[in-house]
Ligand binder design. Structure first.
Ligand code: IPE
Ligand code: IPE
Ligand code: MG
Length: 248
């Protein structure tokens, strides 16, 4: 059985996942078009990647575009596609030089040939990097991921087991998230990593994503450090395991 990696008591989460929500509201409050909020969201992601590297986070997974976001006005959807295409050109060289290994998790269906090629190229260019794994979930849905994994196993005539599903899913290259953050004040998952967050610690921030800065990240990490992760065991068991670990 694959298990969440961090285990109890880790001060800095190994894997942080973020639902980057609130770009639209950030822009609307400033009487700007929603797309200006998404542009600011890219800036916020750049800052967050740097901050994660500095704090020793090893895997960062962000939700950038959901399977359901296609239902937004056409203008916003095409703006987001252009933003992705532009970010691939502008951001990837820097990420490559900073030691970031990029993965795009999600369906390639509905994306332009240019974008699909850009995604694959970015993954190839950064595949040897080791400092931080950055998973960008784009055209992604948790249900889609589980269903496509089951379909793949069935196609290959393999049994549908937990381990089998895990290895057929889009996040098989990383351990499960230790900490899941959602910005923007909503307390829901919105079809993000349904399978992988079974034992993630959840943290909800009222900050809108463009305003989620280093201090806000530190607050989330500090809250995480205060949690007791039990994975189904009792608190007494966890405490005696920690005492044994500390003594050895
Ligand atoms: C999240 O910000 C980014 C995407 C879903 C692409 P939103 O665009 O959902 O911002 P709000 O929730 O409307 O403020
Ligand atoms: C979740 O945000 C998706 C992303 C952040 C990419 P949404 O804004 O789409 O979620 P809902 O619609 O409020 O649940
Ligand atoms: Mg939203």
């Amino acid at each position: 059985m694959h298990r969440p990696d961090g285990g109890p008591g880790g001060a800095v989460p190994h894997h942080v996942a973020i639902v980057m929500d609130g770009n639209g509201r950030w822009a609307t409050r400033r009487f700007m078009p929603r797309l200006a909020g998404h542009r600011q969201g890219v800036e916020s992601l750049r800052r967050c990647v740097r901050a994660c590297v500095e704090r020793g986070v090893r895997v960062l997974t962000v939700f950038a575009f959901s399977s359901e976001n296609w239902n937004r006005p056409t203008e916003e959807v095409s703006g987001l596609m252009e933003l992705l295409a532009g970010a691939l050109v502008r951001e990837v060289p820097r990420l490559r030089d900073d030691g970031v290994q990029l993965h795009f998790v999600g369906s390639r269906e509905g994306l332009s040939v240019k974008v699909v090629e850009g995604l694959s190229q970015a993954e190839r260019d950064t595949r040897h990097n080791q400092r931080l794994v950055l998973n960008v979930c784009f055209n992604y849905g948790g249900r889609w991921d589980i269903a496509q994994a089951a379909a793949r196993l069935a196609e290959q005539g393999l049994p549908i087991t937990e381990d089998g599903l895990h290895s057929a899913m889009g996040m098989s290259h990383v351990p499960d998230p230790d900490l899941l953050i959602r910005t923007g004040g909503e307390m829901r998952i919105s079809n993000f990593l349904l399978w992988q967050i079974a034992y993630s610690e959840l943290y909800f921030s009222d900050r809108l994503w463009p305003d989620f800065d280093e201090a806000a990240l530190d607050e989330a990490i500090n809250a995480f450090a205060r949690r007791e992760r039990r994975f189904g065991k009792t608190s007494e068991q966890i405490q005696s395991e920690q005492a044994t670990e500390a003594g050895s």
